[in-house]
Design a protein around this ligand. Structure first.
Ligand SMILES: [Zn+2]
Length: 98
């Protein structure tokens, strides 16, 4: 049965993302263990002034470090300018208090 990866793995993903100097954070981290492999998906926050090429390179580097730690995982990264107030799954599951 599919289920979320344990908290220790979720924390490891977040630590890897945050370890990159260009990372401005992540949200909507979703993980799934299928028995044969894993799926890891999140929104990566980056400075909005980066060129597309820069953002792509940074994302590749972060993707590589996550893949190195989770060799059986499919990794999907959505890039997003830091500070964007998008509609987040995190908020839908746990609404913000204003
Ligand atoms: Zn987002």
């Amino acid at each position: 049965m599919d289920r979320e990866l344990p908290d220790v793995d979720r924390t490891r993903v977040a630590d890897l993302v945050n370890a990159h100097p260009a990372s401005r954070g992540l949200h909507d981290l979703r993980t799934r263990s299928t028995g044969v492999g894993q799926h890891i998906e999140f929104h990566l926050e980056l400075d909005s002034h980066l060129s597309l090429a820069e953002a792509h390179d940074i994302t590749d580097e972060i993707e590589s470090s996550v893949r190195a730690a989770f060799p059986n995982a499919d990794v999907t990264i959505h890039q997003e300018p830091a500070g964007l107030d998008d509609e987040r799954l995190d908020h839908r599951l746990r609404p913000r208090r204003h």
